[in-house]
Write a new protein. Structure first.
Length: 137
């Protein structure tokens, strides 16, 4: 759906889709990014949090720990999400077993390229996207 809505012939359906999904223009842009970076599963991960086994989150947290710039800072864990506020990075676990990287350059989490089955790789992708975003400003 996100891909269709981004095409010229999908433009007339965008407002209706935004209403149905409860998204504003920014949210619809983020949904499109999620689909671009992660396909249909990436879009689903953007739209809905879901419950994941605690062990999955704990293993991922252990995997990213050596990569964190502030290793003593708290990592927030909720639903399928690990958030490292000190690094400005969030990982979202998808039903396909991949971790989807997010960053929040303007205070709202947005998808970044680089989903991976390895949470450390997804974390690195989010950090790389955050650095690129800072350089571009």
């Amino acid at each position: 759906m996100a891909r269709f809505l981004s095409l010229p012939h999908g433009a007339s359906f965008r407002a209706q889709a935004m209403d149905h999904l409860g998204l504003d223009v920014v949210g619809m842009g983020h949904l499109t990014l999620a689909h671009t970076h992660g396909g249909p599963t990436g879009a689903a991960v953007y739209l809905e949090p879901f419950t994941v086994d605690h062990d999955v989150l704990a293993r991922a947290q252990a995997d990213i720990q050596p990569l964190r710039p502030a290793p003593m800072a708290t990592i927030e864990s909720e639903h399928n999400r690990l958030t490292d506020p000190a690094a400005g990075v969030q990982l979202r676990y998808g039903p396909d077993g991949r971790w989807y990287p997010y960053l929040a350059p303007y205070g709202t989490w947005q998808p970044a390229p680089g989903p991976s089955a390895d949470p450390a790789d997804a974390y690195r992708a989010a950090r790389t996207a955050a650095r690129a975003h800072r350089r571009a400003r």
